[in-house]
Design a protein around this ligand. Structure first.
Ligand code: GDP
Ligand code: MG
Length: 805
């Protein structure tokens, strides 16, 4: 077969058309059929809707070259290299992508250095010169608000921490639980920077993308700081192109310059500024280089409201110019509507061409205009030979290649990616991946629960204990009254104190999780485990929230926001409560110490395994009832392994500790005081020395029969479990309080203790977790979770009781 095709070649900024006669056999096939190491060119991307758009946004577009790096250990998904970065794709999705073989000489491997490495003129130059009285600066007292936008793993968190130091506020975006961090830029009191979620595009297909888009459109930050990972520049600029269309003052922060120049790469910053029409500042967030320049640029463009110089990146002669003419026709068509809807017109036009219903609704076009729009787009599709989404993606990448060809001297294969390949030979290797995963997770759990955690915990407990003794003595000598003394000693020190001593374990757990996450390992885990998780109806990405669930359900539920499909998100949220959180550990420790001393290791491990098994069974039930249908495609970036930044890790640990302490001194403190009150007084408010006749005993006694089949017909146990609904940590605190002075070992049998362990393992998550589930899924689901977790717990605990006799 003989084939003709035209190829564009870039040569120092001037494009020339060169026709190549290719005599070799050109074979069409599916991406699924290529061999490891083979490089092919994409011809067509099948599939539809949001998922297909996601492929396109990740750079899987007609014309792009892909190489199959390897298959996951279980044979699915595949790891591909495209645009110089690694991407995962399931075989089923690869079957929808048509590719053609390319002959060796036509492989345009990423181009080697063509230019000499340019030195960067003063790490970015100062902004435009505005003589006094010219320009339109914002009033002096106006707060300069910035949005920090970038891909995942581009270094956003690192930069945000550098910019704000400790002046930050962590919360949620209104209405949705996507992390929101606001902070004042250090030394610039009238600034406010908001860290938006990591996204790849401005399509409204995931809640993150929608949040970021709405933030820029509705909250109108004075400027955008777009962080771009320069080692992965093609794909990162895809987002930049869409941000430029929003016509908001913007500065591009080229991050990871240290890695880039360390490997002999360089960027012609001035040329890039020229081609993008916005200031570009090379930085290294991790090394705090160039960050001051970035701040001064950002302030400058925000103050003078310097918008991007142009946003017209469609070329009028590219591939017959169909896309260009389409975009401009649509812009003219909707100009007035966009102005009325207060939308940047170029952005609105691109989005409605791509078929974005939300923007289309906002524009309020009338029937005729909508039809006209449809005709324009159809004509473009016909002329261009690509569908609307692919055509738009291709147009953006075309310009990106022009920019990178002109401005970027690509490094030789970077040390970081060579290192990543070496590490991946083991961590995602066919025979080594799963054993290593088990070893790594085992090590994390052993270090957390067997070594570091308990050591710090003992220290902390000893500290609290001596403080208690001192306080008690002081109060005694000061003649403080008995009730108050009891409140402080029993309520405060024994209640909150015992909870507090678990802080070290929780912090250690988060330390390891964040190390795994930051280093890039968690993404590999998702890659390796995808096939397994798909069996239970989930995708590899769900492994991340589930693992976090072992730390705490609240952030786990929050982290499901990164899952691209609502179905997966819902199912993952419903399953995370089965992952035993660290707050339940005190309960296990308490019972093990009291009933099974020295056997903690295997008992706690079995508990964990048991809850995972129950979780899997539930998943299978969900898969075949509530959530029929396939899980979403698994398109995920595999970033290079990186040394986690100490600063980020410390920051995270500090946030977690603060969060925990706040809970300890609010919910848990109140719960303990309430419980202390209820069990110290009877209905006539007489202070009791023996809690038997107390309010609590009477009320909880009413519920105790429910627990009788489990051998827990005891108001003290019921009370403890109820307080566990407030916070799991207070189960132990309450037990200590109620079973004093004989202790729990004297009051319960070993079988009861075992069924109590299983019950606490599975019953309702705490209020905070339920609250976050409610935020994600609504009241109905939250209530259902409480009910079915309790039912499952009851059944399993009953089984334990039966078996134990
Ligand atoms: P985010 O996902 O965008 O928030 O990215 P992070 O801030 O978590 O950074 C991702 C990884 O890149 C972390 O391991 C950082 O330590 C690393 N990183 C961030 N900035 C730089 C940089 O300037 N140079 C290098 N070499 N690594 C960086
Ligand atoms: Mg981050």
């Amino acid at each position: 077969m003989q084939r003709f095709y035209c190829e564009k070649k870039a040569g120092d900024g001037i494009f020339s058309r060169r026709c190549v006669v290719e005599l070799s056999l050109v074979m069409k096939m599916k991406l699924i059929d290529i061999k490891t190491g083979q490089t092919v060119r994409i011809i067509e991307v099948g599939g539809e809707g949001a998922l297909r758009q996601h492929f396109l946004d990740m750079g899987v577009i007609p014309g792009a070259q892909v190489t199959l790096v390897k298959l996951a250990p279980m044979g699915d998904p595949m790891e591909l290299r495209i645009h110089g970065y690694e991407l995962t794709l399931r075989l089923a999705d690869a079957a929808k992508i048509t590719v053609e073989q390319i002959s060796e000489e036509n492989k345009t491997e990423i181009k080697k250095a063509k230019r000499k490495a340019a030195s960067h003129p003063g790490l970015g130059e100062d902004g435009k010169y505005h003589p006094k009285g010219s320009g339109n600066p914002l009033p002096e007292d106006e707060v300069l608000t910035f949005a920090l936008v970038g891909n995942q793993n581009s270094g956003k968190t690192t930069l945000f921490n550098q910019l704000t130091g400790s002046n930050q506020h962590v919360g949620n975006f209104p209405g949705v639980t996507v992390d929101r961090k606001d902070g004042v830029i250090r030394g610039n009191s009238n600034t406010l920077i908001t860290d938006l979620p990591g996204i790849y595009s401005m399509s409204p297909y995931s809640s993150e993308e929608l949040v970021s888009r709405d933030f820029v459109l509705n909250e109108k930050p004075k400027a955008i700081i777009n962080i771009v990972d320069v080692t992965n520049i093609d794909r990162n600029l895809y987002l930049t192109m869409q941000l430029l269309e929003m016509n908001v003052p913007m500065v591009v922060a080229l991050n990871m310059m240290d890695e880039m120049s360390g490997n002999g790469g360089a960027v012609d910053i001035n040329r890039m500024e020229e081609m993008l029409g916005v200031p570009v500042v090379p930085i290294s967030a991790a090394k705090n280089e160039g960050v001051d320049e970035l701040v001064s640029h950002a302030k400058h463009i925000a103050k003078y409201q310097e918008r991007p110089v142009y946003h017209d990146f469609c070329e009028n002669n590219a591939e017959g110019g169909a896309v260009h003419r389409c975009i401009h026709a649509v812009i003219h068509l909707i100009e007035d509507h966009a102005a009325r809807a207060d939308l940047p017109v170029r952005f609105a036009a691109s989005k409605i061409i791509e078929g974005d219903q939300l923007i289309l609704d906002q524009l309020k076009l009338d029937q005729n205009e909508q039809e006209m729009l449809e005709h324009i787009v159809l004509q473009m599709e016909k002329e261009r030979g690509l569908d609307r989404s692919a055509a738009m993606a291709e147009m953006r990448f075309r310009y990106i290649y022009k920019v990178t060809d002109n401005c970027v001297t690509r490094p030789e294969k970077s040390r970081e990616s060579i290192r990543s390949e070496k590490i991946d030979a083991f961590l995602t290797g066919k025979y080594t991946a799963i054993p290593l995963f088990i070893v790594i997770m085992g090590a994390v759990f052993y270090l957390t629960f067997g070594l570091i955690g308990p050591f710090l915990q003992d220290l902390m407990a000893a500290g609290i204990d001596s403080l208690k003794t001192v306080t008690e003595a002081a109060m005694q000598s000061a003649g403080v009254n008995q009730i108050l003394r009891d409140l402080v000693v029993k309520g405060l020190f024994e209640g909150v104190g015992s909870v507090l001593s678990f802080l070290p374990i929780i912090v250690t757990m988060f330390l390891f999780l964040s190390l795994l996450e930051d280093s890039g390992y968690i993404a590999r885990v998702a890659f390796v485990m995808d096939k397994l998780l798909r069996r239970i109806g989930l995708s590899g990405r769900s492994i991340v929230p589930m693992l976090i669930g072992f730390g705490c359900t609240v952030p786990a539920v929050m982290s499901t926001r990164t899952l691209p499909s609502a179905r997966d998100r819902k199912m993952t949220i419903l399953l995370t409560p089965f992952m035993s959180c660290t707050a339940k550990l005190p309960i296990y420790g308490f019972f093990v110490n009291a009933f099974f001393p020295g056997q903690g290791w295997w008992i706690i491990t079995s508990l964990y395994l048991f809850s995972i098994v129950v979780g899997i069974l539930m998943a299978l039930v969900f898969k075949n009832t509530l959530f029929k249908g396939e899980a979403v495609p698994f398109v995920m970036e595999l970033p290079n392994y990186r040394m986690p930044s100490l600063r980020n890790v410390m920051q995270l640990m500090w946030e977690k500790s603060k969060d925990f302490l706040q809970r300890a001194f609010s919910v848990i403190l109140i719960a303990t005081i309430v419980v202390w009150f209820l069990q110290s007084f009877d209905f006539r408010l007489n202070y009791l020395s023996d809690p038997h006749g107390s309010i609590l005993a009477t009320v909880a006694g009413l519920f105790a029969p429910l627990m009788a089949p489990l051998g827990m017909n005891d108001w003290r146990i019921v009370t403890s479990l109820v307080s566990g609904f407030m916070a799991k940590e207070s189960v132990v605190a309450t037990m200590e309080l109620l079973f004093a002075p004989q202790g729990v070992a004297a009051s319960l049998s070993a079988v009861t203790a075992a069924s109590m362990l299983v019950f606490s393992l599975l019953y309702t998550p705490c209020v905070a977790a339920i609250a976050s589930i409610k935020r994600e899924l609504g009241v109905k689901w939250a209530v259902l979770v409480v009910l079915w977790q309790c039912a499952i717990a009851w059944i399993c605990a009953f089984a334990v009781k039966l078996i134990g006799g």
